[in-house]
Design a protein around this ligand. Structure first.
Ligand code: ZN
Length: 438
C-alpha cells in the first residue's frame, strides 16, 4: 500500500523545534520520502492542507485490561485502590470482558493519537490481550503482569514464581517479534510488593538474555515507598537496581517519590521513567519532578496509566498536564511545548529502545503518523504550542500505524466503535457482580 500525505505542515521531531511544509510518502510499512513528492500511480492521497503531520504518540505506561474499570475505583489512594477495587476486578475478568476492555482501550488510544503503547496486562489472559493488540494494528510492547506474592492480592492473581516465568516464556515464543516486530514482549513484574526477589532476579537475567523490555511500577506513592523500604531495607529504585530490574531495558512507571541517590542510580542503570500526571494527581500520589529527571539525564516518556485512575487514555492531555505541572514547580520556561511533544514521541520511543524505528518522521522509519486537522485547534502560536495547548487530541483526524490507516476522518477503520462500546457496557455489570462489587 502506498499513501501520500500531501500539503500539511510536518513536525518531524527528528532534531530541534522544526516545522516545515511538505509531503510525506509511505510505502508498505515505511516512510520513503519527505519533502516535495509527486504521487506515484495508485497511491492513496490524504490531503493535509491546513493541518499538521506528526509522529504517532508513544505511551510508555498503560493498562488495557482496566479500561472497563473506569469509574469503578474512585476516590481512593493507591494501595486501597488496588486492594479493594482493581485487583478484585482483574481477578474477575473472563475472556469476553478482557477482550471488551482491550478493544475499548485501543479504540480510545488510536482515536486520540497513540500509535505505540507499553502495556502491563494482568496475571492471566496474556494471549487474549496479545491477540486483540495484533488484530487492532496498534504497535505494542506488552506483557502479562507477574505477581508471586503480596498482601491483599486475590489468590487468583498470584502465581508461583515458576508458573509466572513459564507463562512469560510461552508468550514470548508466540508473540515476541510478531508482525515484523510490531508487537514485542515486555516482562511485566508488577511492583516490588507483589514480586519476590527471586522473581525479580530471574526476570532481570532472562530479559537481558532475550533483549526484552522490563515494565514495572516504582516510587509511586508515599505508603508504597515506606512498605518497600520496610520489606527490602532499600529505597524502591535502589532495590530495583540491586535486583537487576532497573537496567537500560527498563521502564519504571511513575517515579514520583525518588530521592537524589535513587535518581543517580537510575541514571547510571540507564532506566527510563514513564510520567503519568493524571493518574498521579487522581490517586493523590504526588507530582513527579520531570524537569529534574530530564536534567539528570533520565529518559522520561508519557503514560495515561489505566482508565481506572485517569479516566481517559489521551496522551495529548497527559503532555499538556506534564507541561503545566512542570511550570507550576519550576517556572514558565521549565518545559517548552516542543520538549513535551518530544517526550510523547522521540523520548517515548527511546524509553522503549525503539528510537531507530519510530518516534520521528524520517525516511526509513516505520510509518506511524498522525494527521491533525488545523481547523480543530485554537489559532495562534507556533505549531507545537498550538497542538499542545490549542486542542491536542480534538484535532486527530487520521492515524497511520506501520503503514496501515487505522483512523480515517476520525473514524476507526478496523473496529466498529459502537459495537466495541456496546460490548464493554454489557461486560461491566457481569464483571462487577463476579467481583462482588455490584
Ligand atoms: Zn500502572
Amino acid at each position: 500500500m502506498t499513501i501520500l500525505i500531501r500539503g500539511g505542515t510536518l513536525l518531524p521531531m527528528d532534531s530541534g523545534p522544526r516545522a516545515m511544509r511538505g509531503d510525506l510518502l509511505i510505502q508498505g510499512r515505511q516512510i520513503v520520502a519527505i519533502g516535495k513528492v509527486t504521487a506515484p500511480a495508485g497511491a492513496q492521497v490524504i490531503d493535509a492542507t491546513g493541518g499538521y503531520v506528526m509522529p504517532g504518540l508513544v505511551q510508555t505506561h498503560v493498562h488495557l485490561v482496566q479500561t472497563i474499570f473506569r469509574g469503578l475505583a474512585e476516590d481512593l489512594s493507591l494501595l486501597d485502590w488496588l486492594g479493594t477495587r482493581v485487583w478484585p476486578l482483574e481477578a474477575a475478568l473472563d475472556e469476553a470482558s478482557l477482550r471488551a476492555s482491550v478493544r475499548l482501550g485501543i479504540l480510545e488510544l488510536l482515536a486520540t493519537g497513540t500509535t505505540t503503547l507499553l502495556d502491563m496486562g494482568t496475571t492471566h489472559g496474556g494471549d487474549v490481550v496479545m491477540d486483540e493488540i495484533a488484530r487492532s494494528g496498534i504497535r505494542a510492547r506488552a506483557g502479562q503482569a507477574m505477581m508471586d506474592t503480596g498482601e491483599r492480592v486475590p489468590p487468583g492473581l498470584i502465581e508461583t514464581t515458576r508458573a509466572s516465568l513459564d507463562a512469560a516464556a510461552a508468550l514470548i515464543t508466540r508473540w515476541h517479534g510478531h508482525d515484523s516486530g510490531r508487537i514485542q514482549y515486555a516482562y511485566a513484574p508488577r511492583f516490588a510488593l507483589t514480586c519476590t526477589r527471586e522473581l525479580l532476579e530471574a526476570v532481570a537475567t532472562l530479559s537481558r538474555m532475550g533483549g526484552q523490555l522490563v515494565h514495572t511500577h516504582s516510587n509511586e506513592n508515599v505508603g508504597e515507598r515506606a512498605l518497600i523500604e520496610r520489606a527490602t531495607g532499600r529505597a524502591p529504585a535502589a532495590y530495583l537496581v540491586e535486583t537487576g530490574i532497573a537496567s537500560d531495558r527498563a521502564v519504571l512507571a511513575h517515579g514520583v517519590h525518588l530521592d537524589a541517590a535513587e535518581v543517580d542510580a537510575l541514571r547510571e542503570a540507564g532506566a527510563s521513567v514513564a510520567h503519568c500526571p493524571s493518574s498521579n494527581l487522581k490517586l493523590a500520589s504526588g507530582i513527579a519532578d520531570v524537569v529534574g529527571l530530564r536534567a539528570a539525564g533520565i529518559t522520561v516518556g508519557i503514560g495515561s496509566d489505566g482508565a481506572a485512575c485517569n479516566n481517559r487514555l489521551d496522551a495529548f492531555e497527559e503532555m499538556r498536564l506534564a507541561a503545566l505541572l512542570a511550570r507550576g514547580r519550576h517556572g514558565p520556561d521549565a518545559l517548552g511545548a516542543w520538549d513535551v511533544l518530544r517526550m510523547g514521541t522521540t523520548d517515548g520511543a527511546r524509553a522503549l529502545r525503539a528510537e531507530r524505528e519510530i518516534g520521528s518522521l524520517t525516511v526509513d522509519k516505520r510509518a506511524d503518523v498522525l494527521v491533525l486537522d488545523g481547523a480543530a485547534l485554537a489559532p495562534g502560536g507556533d505549531p507545537a504550542t498550538r497542538i499542545l495547548y490549542g486542542g491536542g487530541s480534538r484535532a486527530v483526524r487520521d492515524v497511520i500505524v506501520d503503514g496501515q490507516i487505522l483512523v480515517r476522518d476520525g473514524v476507526s477503520t478496523r473496529m466498529e466503535a459502537a459495537a466495541v462500546r456496546a460490548a464493554s457496557a454489557e461486560a461491566v455489570p457481569k464483571l462487577t457482580a463476579r467481583a462482588g462489587l455490584s
